[in-house]
Design a protein around this ligand. Sequence first.
Ligand SMILES: NC(=O)c1ccc[n+]([C@@H]2O[C@H](COP(=O)([O-])OP(=O)(O)OC[C@H]3O[C@@H](n4cnc5c(N)ncnc54)[C@H](O)[C@@H]3O)[C@@H](O)[C@H]2O)c1
Length: 376
Amino acid sequence: MKKKINIGVIGCGYWGPNLIRNFNSLAGCRLKTVCDLDERRLRHMKELYPAVDTTRRMDDLIEDAELDAIVVATSVRFHYPMAKKVLEAGKHVFIEKPMARSSAECEELNAIAAKKGLIIMIGHTFLYSSPVRKIKELVQAGEIGKLCYISSRRLNLGLFQKDINVMWDLAPHDLSIILYIMDEHPLAVNCQGNANVTVGIEDIINLSLTYRNGRFATVQNSWLDPRKVREMTIVGTKKMIVYDDIQPLEKIRIYDARVERPPHYDTFAEFQYSYHYGDLHVPYVKQEEPLKVETQHFIDCINSGARPISSGHEGLELVRILESASLSLQQGGAAIPLSREEVQPDQEARVVSAAAPPEGVRTPGLPSGLIPPASM
Ligand SMILES: NC(=O)c1ccc[n+]([C@@H]2O[C@H](COP(=O)([O-])OP(=O)(O)OC[C@H]3O[C@@H](n4cnc5c(N)ncnc54)[C@H](O)[C@@H]3O)[C@@H](O)[C@H]2O)c1
């Protein structure tokens, strides 16, 4: 019989308990210990899961030889130092999104994991959701024709964070979905935003990713909107998909809609776009909790040694985008190249190198005045 994977979780705040509930429900693993600095959160976890050990000391998990893997569900600034300790102790690690505060931190974690043959999985939860997987399937099958652009809006009132801006909080969801569906590295990123409530912490941002052949994706994130909006539009040359994650059942709608230009015309009167309005189709999408699929995938990858769908490499790519977008934000929306090899010569003049931020520019993602902790 296959050995159960022993799991520990650090962070029992808002999100950690969702991971705890799912790991606790999986047959292939044993949730052994949960950790938080807050005694009240630990008492609550003990009430829910009496068989699980609780501790305020993260080192109790690190030093526990029985633990195979540790989940890091704390604030972003703790992801790197905690994950580094976990990997150095020879354990697999699941890190909540975003992977870390900088690409340098992500690269270091990936290097340690590679050297020690350990799994890093990032909580890019939407890659494990049925609607997103359905969209990927439709796009890959050519159902919507050639993909032209994706636009994504993730808006609500709050929850205001103190150590990261709205982009580092919400955009990982939009970006992970966009990267998954586009299946191509973007060339550059632009980002504009504003801090309306807390000085130095943007609560509204508009971000765009430029792709080859004029394709692009836009993301709008806000903590200052009266409505909760989770909407993505995927436009192809033949059809368009609207993904509304707020809808309880019909989350995906496929519109047989497109615009066609007449191939020939002699007079202006003859020139008319032809607007095609066809059927609206709502495909069946399996009802499944994404976190259940995500946590099971982590256990499967540990058992098989396979690279997770949201591995440290996907985590790094996403953090690179956030890092460059932070630079763009500081420079009023300038285009920042995401990979110098792929920058076209005519873009060179307009883009600013992401490699060396100008002096005085704050650490990407961190509000001005906050100094990153040296270590845990
Ligand atoms: N995948 C998703 O859909 C999703 C959704 C929300 C949040 N998140 C991510 O989950 C992570 C946690 O977010 P949250 O909203 O739960 O934050 P939170 O502040 O509510 O919870 C973090 C918890 O970590 C604990 N903690 C901090 N330092 C610790 C230490 N040294 N040892 C032990 N415990 C410590 C805190 O006491 C707190 O209870 C973040 O990375 C966030 O981006 C992911």
